[in-house]
Design a binder for this molecule. Sequence first.
Ligand code: NAP
Length: 284
Amino acid sequence: MQILHGRPVADKVLAEVKAGVAALKQKTGVEPTLAVILVGEDPASQIYVRNKKRAADEVGIASRDFLFPQGCTQAELLDTIRRINADPALHGILLQLPLPKGMDEDQAVAAIAPQKDADGLHPMSLGNLLGGKPTAVPCTPAGCIEILDHYGIPIEGAEAVMVGRSRLVGKPLAQLLLARNATVTMCHTRTRDLAAHCRRADILCVAAGKPRVITGDMIKEGAVVIDVGVNRLDTGKLAGDVDFESASQRARAITPVPGGVGPMTIAMLMKNTLLAATRQLGAA
Ligand code: NAP
């Protein structure tokens, strides 16, 4: 059984981005810059933002903070997004989600200029993915494909089963697998026999947000398992959506939690930011 570690894959992507950033700077004299918007004081969001900014710094992408206190209005947020959209010195926009309760996330994401959409969650980015001509691809699903490719796991023709259908992970990951010619089944809470679908999977991707909802008996012998889930247990430990112990008895390869898909998300955000800057600077 092979453990599909994400760190070496993320490091490879980050090294490529770093080289791309250096080349872009040399060609245009411009430093690619990411606008980082954080609303409120959610500790987890603060940690995510700090890690993203650190990664940006390491690959040579500058970041500019736009911090709003809890209780800022939707209008204030939208106004800032519009100002960033209009600023040619800012190439990518990271809007840290979730926004505080009561704010309209969909409206805020849709206000981002599509060409500056670093997270790939703008309706136009998602539409382009669906249309087969992706521009910015959502970071976590893109990272899952990067892991499969890095470890030489064939996608074409595979039975791929996606558990979860969120806009953030499940739907875009299913589209990416389909675009690579997998036969894709999508499962969710209304799926009648989840285990039966999972047992058909050559590639089983799980983003349900429920600790250990997938157990070894639901996995085909020799399957590849991508566990996107990150769940904090009462014990304080992190667990995936897949029960690693029993799954590893059946799978031929599996991503660990933590250390699997997790590191990929930030790396793909950096890649999206570089791509956005490259396009805006006409250097593609
Ligand atoms: P989400 O928005 O809560 O969506 C969960 C999806 O899973 C829904 O479509 C839901 O179905 C489905 N689901 C839930 N329980 C299920 C069950 N028992 N059987 C079948 N389907 C079930 O979550 P998300 O944003 O996609 O995130 C999923 C997980 O990935 C979370 O643990 C999150 O922390 C993690 N995550 C990790 C990263 C990373 O960087 N590693 C990034 C993003 C998310 P319905 O649609 O029917 O409700």
